[in-house]
Ligand binder design. Structure first.
Ligand SMILES: Nc1nc2c(c(=O)[nH]1)N[C@H]1C(S)=C(S)[C@@H](COP(=O)(O)OP(=O)(O)OC[C@H]3O[C@@H](n4cnc5c(N)ncnc54)[C@H](O)[C@@H]3O)O[C@H]1N2
Ligand code: MOO
Length: 414
């Protein structure tokens, strides 16, 4: 049930309250629109077949030759011409009626061959003069060999220049095999942004049970996968310690493995342990989005270095980081990869949501009887809510009525 149009997202004032900026933070919609607009699609390029799986095809792929490009045998046996018995000819020589030559599956069919007799259907013998001949064996089926039997004609699958794969297709292993059979060595694919991940936080531990004051690393085991699902190609993972020098080092370009985008986690704040914003300023980057009027994830930022690399800065709190990535990272990666702006859709709100003093809320929801019910456990440091979610809905500060239509977006792993 839809009771009315979705309310416009509203700017929050929390950024002003925290003294972060003299300007109002952009709304969720403005921030994602900005992240799409600031970038230009990367140029398409040729990629060897072995590396092309997962890329999006930039131009139609047509067969370079007939597929198969020669008439061949579909069975191990003999290529035959005329009726049995057959006199045995040299392998590969032209056959006259009454002749046969051994052939293997996929073997080039000799000129003059009319059918292939399976090895199970023939047997070698000798004629009255002691010359080797081929006769039908006990395993032969009635009427075997029929004209054309077990022959794969040239061009059976495709003719030269036939369309094999349409531009815009995401290449899977079957497409790669098809392209190889079609005679191609490389494919023109849309540019895919390469992404360098930079994780911060001296308190973060990779495994086991952390002591109080330390936290388990929620990002390293999965953030790269989400970036890949959003169209990025992860080229490296670095860790920065909580100091400016280490941050500057981690944000420096890797000439061996250049990145189009850097995604950082943590250190977006202004505490004595947060050095991201200082590093961005020192490196002369342009700040496109300094924070967003949304919760969670309001300190998420988008900057651009003078060398053209983009930086998506995600907060350290895990849910806030995921929301930041889906708000800024998803549109940016889509644009760089020549894809459309990630879609949003509307869901009917499954329970009344009270007004809040803060900005727009991004709420993980579960679909219950077709209604979007806010998940529990969705504080910005929590993950249970998102782990159970079907999507995320955009709830304006004044809340929503039961059944009211709200803008929402899908999760990249759903
Ligand atoms: N005075 C203010 N304090 C804070 C504000 C504010 O506006 N004024 N905003 C809060 C919000 S909202 C967020 S979100 C965080 C953003 O913090 P940072 O981006 O600077 O992130 P950190 O301080 O480095 O970490 C925050 C939190 O996340 C944990 N963390 C970091 N990395 C990981 C990881 N790999 N896996 C799991 N958890 C991680 C970290 O231990 C902290 O608990 O600032 C608030 N404060
Ligand atoms: O906005 Mo923070 O990102 O709520 O947790």
């Amino acid at each position: 049930m839809v009771l009315g149009p979705p309310a416009m997202p509203t700017r929050g004032t929390d950024d002003v309250a925290h003294g972060h900026s003299h300007e109002l933070a952009p709304t969720w919609e403005e921030a994602r629109a900005k992240a799409y607009e600031v970038a230009e699609p990367l140029p398409s390029r040729g990629v060897a077949l072995a590396s092309a799986t997962g890329y999006i095809l930039g131009v139609d792929v047509c067969a370079v030759h007939d597929m198969p490009h020669y008439a061949s045998s579909a069975m191990d046996g003999w290529a035959v011409a005329g009726s049995p018995p057959w006199i045995l000819a040299e392998r590969g020589s032209r056959l006259s009626p009454g002749q046969a030559a051994p052939i293997v599956t996929g073997g080039l069919l000799p000129h003059g061959a009319k059918a292939v007799l399976r090895s199970e259907s023939g047997s070698l013998s000798t004629d009255e003069e002691g010359l080797p001949i081929l006769v039908l064996g006990g395993g032969a089926r009635p009427g075997e060999p029929k004209n054309g039997q077990h022959i794969r004609p040239a061009g059976q699958e495709a003719r030269s220049l036939d369309l094999l794969i349409k531009a815009g297709t995401t290449l899977n292993p079957a497409h790669i095999a098809l392209a190889a059979l079609g005679g191609l060595d490389a494919l023109d694919v849309l540019g895919r942004p390469s992404v360098q991940l930079v994780f911060t936080g001296d308190e973060v531990v990779a495994a086991g049970i952390p002591a109080p004051g330390f936290v388990r690393d929620a990002f390293t085991p999965q953030l790269g996968g989400v970036v890949e699902a959003l169209g990025g190609s992860v080229v490296g993972l670095r860790r920065a310690s909580d100091n400016l020098e280490s941050m500057l080092e981690a944000l420096a370009d890797n000439e061996d493995n250049p990145a189009d985008v850097i995604v950082t986690t943590g250190a977006t704040g202004r505490s004595s342990a947060d050095f991201l914003r200082a590093a961005i300023t020192q490196m002369g980057a342009k700040m496109h989005v300094a924070n967003i009027a949304m919760r969670p994830g309001h300190p998420s930022l988008l900057a651009e270095f003078p060398d053209g690399r983009f930086l998506v800065g995600l907060p350290g709190n895990p849910l806030a980081a995921m929301i930041g990535l889906l708000t800024l990272g998803a549109p940016l990666l889509a644009r760089l990869g020549s894809l459309a702006m990630p879609a949003t859709f509307e869901v009917p709100c499954g329970s009344p949501i009270k007004e809040s003093a803060g900005p727009t809320r991004l709420m993980p929801y579960r679909l219950v009887y077709g209604l979007a019910s806010p998940c529990a456990f969705t504080d910005s440091a929590m993950m249970r809510g998102l782990a159970a979610a079907d999507g995320v809905m955009v709830v304006p500060p004044h809340g929503a009525k039961m059944g009211e239509s709200l803008q929402a977006f899908a999760l990249p792993w759903k």
